[in-house]
Design a protein around this ligand. Structure first.
Ligand code: JIL
Length: 266
């Protein structure tokens, strides 16, 4: 079994509900302080999108997992949003929310917070409905394939990629991490945008019975990986995880946020 096949095998036990409980309810989903992890992530995404450069026809979220928060600002600037994940259980979790099915995860605090950031006084339910109508597809993805979405989208056809905590969490080593980045970047148009959030120096995380290995990456590794993938960094920010947020579900030390653009010529 190859190291990539071993990663795939480890994801068989991934429990979306447990993962959501570990990371997307308090204490990690704290909206009471602007300095909290989640407020920092949502603010980074909001401020990058508010500059007005990130817009177009197609937005693709690579490795959505069971979460939608990563799209709350970017989706507004695109005609169509496509969500993706490797696991059927995660795609089912997303479809439950998209279809307002009973038992779907409650993302309302996230919508309320981003509506506050946007300062237009919009009711959060209006924004929620808009996202639910803009997501056109929830499809499989494998970042270790040269065509990560299979034949679903042509290379060079995507205006913007979003990816949150995916590449480092399913790459067995830095070589695979680099190749996966290059694979997803092939989807982008030249000058296409990439909004990328990830874990710094994380080696594992828990999701129910599953204990998933993560390739530890540093700020320098991420920056060099983007350069090798022929992307220009527009913004690179990091967040240091406070001791109070080290709750035993992983060994992450920080979070990075990147706004990058694919080189015009590549
Ligand atoms: N071959 C593949 N291609 C694409 N996606 C794949 C593949 N294999 C698995 N996947 C897909 O990748 C997975 C993405 S979930 C990744 C979780 N990342 C770790 C977690 C995240 C997190 C969140 C919040 C905070 N915090 O401090 O607030 C800290 C941390 C750090 N720990 C999962 O969706 C799987 O389905």
């Amino acid at each position: 079994m190859s190291s990539i096949q071993a990663v795939a095998e480890s994801y068989r036990l991934f429990n979306p509900r447990a993962y959501l409980q570990n990371n997307y309810v308090p204490p990690r989903a704290d909206f009471t302080s602007d300095d909290s992890i989640m407020c920092w992530k949502l603010r980074r995404l909001h401020e990058a999108c508010a500059k007005g450069e990130i817009k177009g026809r197609i937005l693709v979220d690579i490795g959505s997992g069971p979460t939608i928060y990563q799209l709350l600002s970017a989706f507004e600037h695109f005609q169509e949003t496509i969500m993706t994940d490797y696991l059927e259980v995660n795609r089912q979790e997303l479809k439950m929310w998209l279809n307002n099915q009973p038992g779907a995860f409650d993302w309302s605090p996230y919508f309320e917070h981003v509506c506050k950031l946007e300062g237009k006084g919009e009711p959060w339910k209006d924004k929620q409905k808009r996202l639910q109508t803009r997501v056109s597809r929830v499809i499989p993805v494998d970042i270790h394939k040269s065509s990560p979405l299979g034949g679903e989208l042509a290379p060079g056809s995507v205006d913007c990629l979003v990816s949150s905590f995916c590449l480092e969490a399913c790459s067995p080593n830095l070589e695979a991490f680099q190749k996966a980045l290059e694979n997803v970047v092939t989807l982008l148009k030249p000058q296409g945008h990439f909004l990328w959030i990830g874990a710094l120096e994380e080696s594992y995380y828990l999701a129910g019975e599953a204990r998933l290995s993560v390739v530890p990456v540093t700020e320098d590794i991420v920056k060099k990986a983007l350069c090798t993938a022929k992307c220009v960094v527009r913004e690179f920010s990091t967040y240091v995880i406070p001791p109070s947020m080290k709750v035993g579900v992983d060994d992450v030390t920080g979070i990075f946020f990147v706004w990058a653009q694919k080189n015009a010529s590549k």
